[in-house]
Design a protein around this ligand. Structure first.
Ligand SMILES: NC(=O)c1ccc[n+]([C@@H]2O[C@H](COP(=O)([O-])OP(=O)(O)OC[C@H]3O[C@@H](n4cnc5c(N)ncnc54)[C@H](O)[C@@H]3O)[C@@H](O)[C@H]2O)c1
Length: 408
């Protein structure tokens, strides 16, 4: 019997069909990264994965999307060359004006600001003015007033700016929010959250973790553990439990570094929800772990985060006398993917830094506002500033009143 697939007629027809298929227009998104340090490792690696996976991630569009790591900038040549060796790019910017020169480069469409906090504001404002989209690491700026300047610039120049609040792109946080909505009355009212953040001092210049020292200086970092590290956890809890009613905080400076608190005990009361007790400390113990226990009338959830462990985030929960349960990683990821509207995301590329970078590029692709906004960053910084104010005044601070008074 004739196998029609083998005939010349069929082969030619196939060739013609392929030749006639319209090739998609290409949209290149050139990305520049300013700051080649600790957090840049996560972002630059994620960006190169995004570059390789772009076809799959945005396969349903008329255009072929090509995000490209195009340029790197760092004032430190060693840091810059170290990165360029592993992640070859078209352009490298060096010297004291390196970040501004990268921003001024007309070939660049989007900028990642990954430098010590002191320089975030100038870079974000310059990038917005130049019409470049921006991803800026947390904390966004030294003060809420400076974050408001970023918001004004974003709105004036019509660019997308995403805040680097990475917990908002963690499948575990979005799953927890979903779980708590589902269990609603069965679990009863949320009553108490006990949170502990213990981190080895990140300004000792340790090779494998934080090899820089800027976090130990007020002029570079503005403040200590609450502002620099626990900001993620407070923001994650705000994303679950909503706005804060009031705060009361006790803050200490055991290492004697001016303005860099290394011990925080605070009570943060949500408007509609539980009281959160925060215990954060920078110490010299080789132990960096966060632990959160969320209690309800009938259940509790335990979350442990250890970035050095093979499984960075461990979640378990218990309802009344039922056996303890652990949510399945795949189930959490599937839920997260749907929630993000990114069905083509793969779980084999792990980690919230990858997901937050995909979301940023996706916002650029679709011309939509960032999902993790400057307003999210502003609010969590206002809550943290209210904690510092509470410590200074030795009083409970009503957060809405604090925000109102500080904006006059
Ligand atoms: N989201 C997170 O989980 C997370 C984790 C770590 C750090 N961060 C934030 O990322 C930012 C960077 O922190 P890091 O740990 O990567 O710091 P780092 O010290 O490891 O790296 C910063 C890099 O920026 C360079 N640099 C400094 N000033 C510069 C300037 N003006 N222009 C160009 N380059 C400059 C330094 O030479 C260095 O290579 C901080 O705001 C920090 O709070 C976020």
């Amino acid at each position: 019997m004739l196998n029609w697939r083998d005939t010349k007629y069929y082969q030619d027809l196939r060739m013609n069909i392929h030749a006639m298929a319209p090739s998609k227009a290409k949209r290149i998104i050139n990305i520049g990264v300013i700051g080649c340090g600790c957090i840049a490792e996560n972002h630059v690696f994620s960006l190169s994965l995004i570059e390789n996976n772009a076809r799959k991630l945005w396969d349903n569009l008329d255009q072929k999307i090509k995000p490209r790591l195009h340029a790197l900038a760092d004032i430190d040549n060693e840091a810059l060359d170290g990165f360029a060796q592993h992640f070859p790019v078209k352009k490298l910017y060096r010297g004291p004006r390196c970040g501004m020169e990268l921003i001024e480069d007309p070939e660049i469409h989007a900028v990642f600001v990954l430098v010590p906090t002191v320089d975030h504001l100038d870079y974000v404002l310059a990038a917005a003015r130049a019409g470049k989209h921006v991803f800026c690491e947390k904390p966004l700026a030294f003060t809420p007033t400076d974050v408001m300047k970023m918001i004004e610039a974003r709105d004036k120049y019509g660019v997308i700016i995403q805040a680097g609040l990475v917990f908002r792109s963690a499948p575990q946080i979005s799953f927890l929010r979903h779980l708590l909505q589902q269990v609603g009355e069965t679990w009863g009212a949320p009553t108490n959250i006990i949170f502990r953040d213990s981190q080895e001092k990140p300004y000792k210049g340790q090779e494998e973790v934080h090899n820089s020292t800027w976090r130990g200086f007020k002029e570079k970092a503005h403040a200590g553990i609450l502002f620099e590290h626990t900001i993620h956890d407070i923001d994650g809890l705000i994303s679950i439990f909503g706005k804060v009613h009031d705060v009361f905080a006790r803050i200490n400076y055991h290492a004697g570094r001016e303005g860099i608190e290394d011990s925080v005990a605070a009570i943060i009361s949500f408007k509609e929800g539980p009281n959160l007790s925060v215990n954060s400390m920078w110490n010299d113990i080789d132990f960096s772990e966060r632990r959160m226990e969320i209690f309800f009338e009938n259940a509790c959830v335990m979350v442990t985060v250890d970035e050095r462990a093979s499984k960075a985030v461990d979640i378990k929960y218990k309802y009344l006398n039922e056996p303890e349960r652990k949510p399945d990683d795949e189930e959490m990821f599937e839920f997260f993917k749907k929630k993000m509207g990114m069905e083509n995301l793969s779980q084999e590329i792990p980690g919230p830094y990858y997901y937050e970078d995909v979301r940023f590029i996706d916002a650029i692709v679709h011309g939509t506002p960032a999902k993790v906004t400057l307003e999210h960053g502003l609010y969590v910084q206002q809550v943290i500033e209210a904690c510092y104010t509470s410590n200074r005044r030795n009083a409970i601070v009503d957060v809405d009143t604090y925000i109102h008074e500080s904006s006059i």
